[in-house]
Write a new protein. Sequence first.
Lengths: 345, 243
Amino acid sequence: MSRLVVASIGPASSVQDGGRHGAQRYGLTVSGAMDRLSLAAANTLVGNDQLAAAVEIGPFGATFTAKDGAVRVAIAGAPRNADVAGKPVAMETSVTLKDGETLTLGFARGGAFTYLAIEGGIKGELVFGSLAVNARAGLGSPYPRPLQAGDEFTVDAASGASELRIELPKPVASPIRVVLGPQDDEFDDANKALFLNSEWKISATSDRMGYRLEGPAIKHLHGHNIVSDGTVIGSIQVPGDGSPIALMMDRGTTGGYPKIATVITADIGRLAQTSVGTAFRFREVTMAEAQDEARKFARLIKDLPDRMRASDTIELNIEALSDANVAGHAVSAMDAGTWQVTAEP
Amino acid sequence: MAATLPPPRLLPSGDSAVTVEFSRTIDDAANERVLALDKALAASPIDGITETVPTYRSLLVHYDPGKIGFDALGEKILPIATRPLPPAAKARRWRIPVAYGGEHGIDLEDVAKALNTTPDDIIARHTGGDYRVAMIGFTPGWSYLSGLDKSLHMSRRQSPRLFTPAGTISIGGIQAGIQCLAAPSGWHLLGRTPVRTYQLHRNPTFLTEPGDRVTFFAIDPKTFDELDRAAEAGEIVAEQVVS
């Protein structure tokens, strides 16, 4: 066995996987990776189950050191500078850390979350089939909380397999697609149009529970109290102040604010990776289109192995990466302590 | 053939869930239909449904759109949801101990003042209620109860508290609650129970189920401490009444 030591890490970083399913009826939320495609890509590169647990790294930098042997890892998700012993590592590639070597990851350049998958997976105690951290409920393994410097994982010794890369579809800046409902009838046409036609920004007071949206105030037809009912990942609630909140992986399973629309499954990861302060729009799609996209998205993940190539065939252009927008404001406050609008009931 | 019940509304909750809504308000008859549909779907599963979440007035049905589409699922759910309700099964009943007032229930005095009565009277009205677990949500084990005495209906606090302790027994609007974990809340805190409605390494992990009946009884702070230690060690300190 080798060890992978977290030498340094920023806030909003935790072990996440495909989530904890089956107990939402008891108020236990799903949790899991904010960007499922990137989680799957990282895991695929090191031969793990696609939705196995990996380290979800928030917008700040992080360093990981191999101890007691070599460790093979892969990174995918929000782009950042990465190197091992001064040698650059591209996103969506695997890399083997020799005993004592350190993987250094910089700030996220746009987006927020990068996934570090470890060959052989993360070892821990499953609760409802998942290692995902749900800090509020004290769940997650091996650490039931965000990661801290000094934490470490006991991991398989590196297999020595040759390194791989995955080419993901080019990121697009198109609108985040939604299906209206379940409570769109709590809003008049003018306010629905205001929601769909306005420019939005993710507020700095956002976290894994929800992304608060800055833009025009959306008015309700009959006030903002409805009888609490079930929520899903991607539910867009409109509380009393009219600022919508997109519920994310650590959401409350029920909520008492009208939900004007729901982000489609295929676009949740794109929303999760939208930096604080970046302007974006929503676009309404039909249920048929949303479900078609959900099926395509599932197929994209399933077929990730077909997109793998040997990694020595690319040249990393660090210069170009450095020209990308600097992470500063992407980073603001993905901090669990800031989220104060979800007081329920 | 018995007459069918009026159909619920099928509200899209994104591409992978549908809200089967029986009512817009809190209503025991609607909640019974929610729980009956939940039970029926558990007894004869529809391929593609992954998880269901009963609430006061609707059943949220999560499903895999790779297995079944919105329209096809709706066509399967509707006939089940409009079936006449089976005779009510016997509900489990829990007696939940509560230490009222003082540090355990910091809003008891204020609630009494607001309702022009005494703390003891509030306790009598709260323990006099016959409640039903309408749903469990928000955080693990938080049991939302219907059946709160009308004289205790009062609006939520102007500004929610960011922290309320584990085991909080509270009221908000026309609802009553048993809260398991520390959480933010805008409700009025009457007391605390040592009962854990959710405890990870205990069998069962979750104590209450939607449809269970609940009554409360008062305990003193010393008893609270004793029961709290027993509960921490994994004992179920709620009394289950066999009816």
